[in-house]
Every structure is written in structure tokens, then in C-alpha cells.
Write a protein that binds this ligand. Structure first.
Ligand code: NDP
Length: 326
């Protein structure tokens, strides 16, 4: 038997509970993992609360990230005792995920656990930090260098935002953080932001073009915020868009693209090819300090994950939540 968060739906009503499940119920897969740590991402909170259409099959164990040890494997790359990491691939959406003491997975989804981190640290990073790294890589690929000027991070107090600030600052960029929680300015400056601005200035409908300010941006917010960020991006700049915390819509015009040559770089972490994942985790290992991970993270037991999902969606969680399953 193993403990897991289980989401079920009957007559259009979703129920979530902490369940004790028989291992025989684990889904198909060639690698069985004893999960040591998982984490609570925005997407997991949507799944647990039922506030977003994340879960595609019921019953479902949520959890899009996990770090653990291989218990059993018929996959050629993995043996019992190997430390492994998983981010995405639809786990926690269509396949039982990491908010459980055990998971059975397709070995092709796994990567060796990065040696730079403990399982707690890799889950402190999780999909949020890994996505922030992919966003930074997208800016780099478009030639946004620190010399080009200020880089904006929206949703700054969130998981993606917090890591984007830390990574960009470490790489020498001048980072401006946009947040609805100005009282957290000291935390954001501690991560490396040189200036903190009120998100109100970006979240209302704006003009097609505004004063040019950003050489680049990492946006986890979408909607009017992304439209305004595009409108205020400097000639030739790039915006890496990965999130929809404000909304899925994009009420923008083509003006920034056709008059200022701005690039909108979409970033997906879920189906990302293995090579990019390995590169992203290698670079995270080079760039992040263990002390920084502690400042960004709070650890909770599995029992608290259901309540924390509400808090996360209500914007009351700062940084990252690690779920300890060891
Ligand atoms: P968090 O909940 O940790 O952070 C989201 C942040 O967005 C909040 O902390 C808040 O920052 C800001 N925010 C929330 N609501 C609003 C609003 N109504 N208007 C403006 N800003 C708002 O989530 P994550 O960092 O984990 O994820 C951020 C987004 O990125 C989510 O939409 C998520 O689904 C997406 N994502 C996408 C991935 C991909 O593969 N493309 C991977 C990972 C995440 P503050 O309080 O500082 O204003």
C-alpha cells in the first residue's frame, strides 16, 4: 500500500482525498519509482482544486514533478537504486503523478537525477525553475545579452518568476520584477531584482505601442500583462511567454512585431525534448546556489498539499512548496 492524493470525479463533481492505495492500482510503465519529494506547481493546484481542466482522466494522482529512487525497472537505462527526476510529459494530467509515495512511469520520460542537487532541492526547483531556465535559454537564443538593457520578469513572486529573477541576475542581467505584492520587494531584491514595480501598471488594457523599455522579458502572466510587455519591449527585443496566471487571452496588436521587430518566444516545458531538459538542468546546477533554494522554498508533508493548493491559487504562496514523501 502507498499514500497518494487521489482526485476523482462523479456526476460532474470533483473529490480530492489523501488515499491509501494498493500498488496493483499503479498505471502501466517500465520503471517503478519510490518518490522522495514532489512539489506543488500552479498546474497541480489547478488539478487539485478542479479550477482548471488539467486532469484528463479520473481517478488521477496529481503531481507533474517528482524526484525519487528506482525500485524496479525493465527499461535498459535504469536499475534499482538509480536516482531519477521527472518533469511533465502529461504526468499528473493523463498518467498518475508525483504526489504519492510511489509512481510507475515510462522510462523515456525520466532523466538521471542531477548530481548538483538533492531530491528536495530539485523539487524546490521543479517545473517552475526548469521552465524559468528554458525561458532564459529562449532569450539567449534570440541574442538578448545583459548589455542590451533591462529585462522584465512578471509574476515575480511566483515559482517561475522567482527563479527567472535569480537566474537572470546570476547571468549579469539587470532585472526588473513586476508584482502585485510590493511588500515582498526585499525578497525579490534578495533574489537579484534591481527594481520592483507594481503589476497594476501592466495588467490593465494598454496601448498597442508604449515607451520602449525592455530588452527582454520573461512572462508567466499572459493576458493584458503580456500585451503591455510586448508593447513596451525595445526594438529587436524578445519576450519569452510561458504562463497564464492573469489569463489565457492575449489582447495585443501586431504593432510590436511589425514596427519594432519584437519576438514572442513561446516556452513549453511539458513535451520538451530530452536534450533541452538535460541542458536546462545542467545549467540550473551551474547557476543556482543551495542557499537561494532554501530562501525560495517551504517544505510540507503530503497531508497539507490539498489545503495549500487553494492558497497557491489565491496568490498567498511565495516561491515554491516542496512536498516531502520520504
Ligand atoms: P505561481 O502561482 O507560483 O505564480 C504565479 C504568479 O503570477 C503569482 O505569484 C503572482 O505574482 C502572479 N499573478 C497571479 N495572478 C495574477 C493576476 N491575476 N494578474 C497578474 N499577475 C498574477 O505559478 P508558477 O510560477 O508555478 O506558474 C506561473 C504560470 O506559468 C502559470 O500560469 C503556469 O501554468 C505557467 N507555467 C507554464 C509552464 C510551461 O511549460 N509553459 C511551466 C510552468 C508554469 P505576484 O504576486 O508577484 O504578482
Amino acid at each position: 500500500m502507498f499514500k497518494a492524493i487521489l482526485i476523482d470525479k462523479q456526476d460532474d463533481e470533483q473529490r480530492v482525498e489523501l488515499a491509501s492505495l494498493d500498488e496493483a492500482r499503479l498505471p502501466e510503465g517500465d520503471v517503478t519509482v519510490r518518490v522522495e519529494c514532489s512539489t506543488l506547481n500552479y498546474k497541480d493546484a489547478l488539478a487539485i482544486t478542479g479550477k482548471g481542466p488539467v486532469v484528463r482522466r479520473f481517478p488521477m494522482v496529481p503531481g507533474i514533478d517528482l524526484a525519487g529512487t528506482v525500485e524496479d525497472s525493465t527499461h535498459e537505462a535504469y536499475r534499482p537504486g538509480d536516482a531519477v527526476l521527472l518533469n511533465g510529459w502529461g504526468v499528473g494530467e493523463t498518467h498518475w503523478g508525483g504526489l504519492a509515495e510511489k509512481a510507475r512511469l515510462d522510462g523515456r520520460w525520466l532523466i538521471p537525477h542531477p548530481s548538483a542537487f538533492s531530491p528536495r532541492q530539485s523539487m524546490a526547483i521543479g517545473t517552475a525553475g526548469y521552465t524559468a531556465m528554458l525561458c532564459v535559454m529562449a532569450l539567449e537564443r534570440q541574442g538578448v545579452t545583459p548589455e542590451r538593457g533591462e529585462v522584465l520578469v512578471t509574476g515575480a513572486n511566483g515559482g517561475v518568476g522567482s527563479y527567472a529573477i535569480a537566474l537572470l541576475a546570476r547571468l549579469g542581467y539587470t532585472v526588473v520584477a513586476s508584482t502585485g505584492r510590493l511588500e515582498e520587494a526585499d525578497y525579490l531584491k534578495g533574489l537579484g531584482a534591481s527594481e520592483v514595480i507594481d503589476r497594476k501598471g501592466l495588467s490593465e488594457p494598454g496601448r498597442p505601442l508604449a515607451k520602449e523599455r525592455w530588452a527582454g522579458a520573461v512572462d508567466s502572466v499572459g493576458s493584458h500583462t503580456l500585451a503591455n510587455v510586448l508593447a513596451s519591449t525595445r526594438y529587436g527585443g524578445t519576450v519569452a511567454a510561458c504562463g497564464l496566471a492573469q489569463g489565457m487571452d492575449l489582447p495585443a496588436t501586431v504593432a510590436p512585431f511589425i514596427l519594432r521587430g519584437v519576438t514572442l518566444a513561446g516556452v513549453d516545458s511539458v513535451m520538451r525534448p530530452r536534450e533541452d531538459r538535460l541542458e536546462a538542468w545542467r545549467r540550473l546546477g551551474e547557476l543556482l546556489e543551495p542557499g537561494q533554494l532554501d530562501a525560495i522554498t517551504r517544505t510540507i508533508p503530503l497531508e497539507e498539499a490539498i489545503d495549500e493548493a487553494d492558497a497557491l491559487l489565491a496568490g498567498r504562496v511565495r516561491g515554491r512548496l516542496v512536498v516531502d514523501l520520504s
